[in-house]
Design a protein around this ligand. Structure first.
Ligand code: SAM
Ligand code: DTB
Ligand code: SF4
Length: 380
């Protein structure tokens, strides 16, 4: 880790309260890496972070890291607003890919029964239930490698997308790889976001998935971006990766031409029958560190606490929100695994002073003026 230079007085005042110059201030500053000092002063997202800078931020003592993340969170977001998103698996199992974590790959014996695609009406009914329970975003997932040769399915998915948009909700799909034409068609149907995760660092990726490359994933993200759809792309922790891989993932998304609007942080849910079925849950400090680093490096992005939340205590979840996470998947189910339900989430929010984010509260680019917190009204 490189030695930090002295913290400018203005930065200290803005981010760490009004302080007098004192030995203790100097000693605090000496433990804050330069990259974190710069990130703390940022007024707009930046796509030029080096991998070393992201690593320095990631390695900051956790207490300082989460404090800086909370300060940045307040500058770019309403820190009390958490987005509630509900997932629906519209086509379960039978997937040709070999993702080592996934219950839905036909290469693993997980005992999951493959299904046909759900009828449009069933999906719209589920979206209505999600909305009635407070969700403002609905995400539909299909266990596919890509959309090639799926003309009829795409036609039905477009009807689902339009139907959900007509309910006033944000609508996301995750269908595997898509080309530019498919992305444009989805955009025309009213799609607001596309989820396609890079999952981990470029170096570690081949030990998790061999049937499609990192560059193919990036290509899909480019098609989504070019079509004018918001990008949702994040990763999974606890695959056996190291700190440098979590850093590599955050660095890759931070170097895209524009930061993803949403960065899901999944903690591996070990599925019996998959190659990773026996893995232990990622340690909480690593999860928190990753969330805080993502918040700092991707300041305007929604950081989504995704799979594995069910294994966290309420207090751990709240710590994640305080360190910059500001979205959850909530409802009856994730794709094939358990999900925290709407009622328990609403209770938790109320108890700790959070409230659900409105639809489309985020999504527009926010530029914060030097020394100002973003006014909440300007963001909704
Ligand atoms: N087939 C599509 C694809 O791969 O893009 C969409 C569905 S896929 C299940 C969506 C994401 O869920 C994966 O990229 C992965 O990050 C996450 N995921 C899948 N299984 C998981 C598990 N067992 N634990 C944690 N995250 C998981
Ligand atoms: C994402 O990053 N996580 C969600 C959503 N995007 C599609 C999926 C998590 C799946 C967890 C494992 C399962 O339920 O099968
Ligand atoms: Fe298929 Fe997606 Fe699961 Fe990979 S993660 S096996 S592509 S459903």
């Amino acid at each position: 880790m490189s030695l930090p230079r002295a913290l400018p007085r203005a930065l200290l005042r803005r981010s760490y309260g009004t302080v007098q110059s004192s030995p203790s201030t100097a000693s605090i500053a000496s433990r804050i890496p330069v990259a974190l000092q710069e990130a703390t002063a940022a007024v707009a997202p930046r796509t030029s972070w080096t991998r070393e800078e992201v690593q320095h931020i990631y390695e900051t003592p956790l207490n300082q890291l989460t404090y800086a993340a909370a300060a940045i969170h307040r500058r770019f977001h309403d820190p009390s607003a958490i987005q509630m998103c509900t997932l629906m698996n519209i086509k379960t199992g039978g997937c040709s890919e070999d993702c080592s974590y996934c219950a839905q790959s036909s290469r693993h014996s997980t005992g999951l029964k493959a299904t046909k695609m759900s009828p449009v009406d069933d999906v719209l009914t589920a979206a209505r239930i999600a909305k009635a329970n407070g969700s403002t975003r609905f995400c539909m997932g299909a266990a596919w490698r890509d959309m090639r040769g799926r003309k009829t399915s795409l036609k039905n998915i477009k009807q689902m997308v339009s139907g959900v948009r007509d309910m006033g909700m944000e609508v996301c799909v995750t269908l595997g790889m898509i080309d530019d034409t498919q992305a444009k068609e989805l955009k025309e149907a009213g799609l607001t976001a596309y989820n396609h995760n890079l999952d981990t660092s470029r170096e570690f990726y081949p030990s998790i998935i061999t049937t499609r490359s990192y560059d193919e994933r990036l290509q899909t993200l480019a098609h989504v971006r070019d079509a004018g759809i918001n990008v949702c792309s994040g990763g999974i922790l606890g695959l056996g990766e190291e700190d440098k891989d979590r850093v590599g993932l955050i660095h890759t998304v931070s170097s895209l031409p524009k930061h993803p609007e949403s960065f899901p942080v999944n903690a591996l849910v070990p599925i019996p029958g998959t190659p990773l079925g026996e893995r232990k849950m990622i340690s909480f400090d690593k999860l928190l560190r990753t969330i805080a680093t993502a918040r700092i490096v991707l300041p305007a992005t929604i950081v989504r606490l995704a799979a594995g939340r069910i294994s966290l205590s309420e207090e751990q979840q709240v710590q994640c929100f305080m360190a910059g996470a500001n979205a959850v998947f909530t409802g009856e189910k994730m794709l094939t695994t358990e999900c925290n339900g709407w009622d328990e989430d609403r209770e938790m929010f109320e108890k700790w002073g959070f409230y659900p984010m409105k639809s489309f509260e985020k999504g527009e680019e926010v530029t914060v003026l030097e020394g100002e917190a973003a006014p909440v009204a300007a963001r909704s």
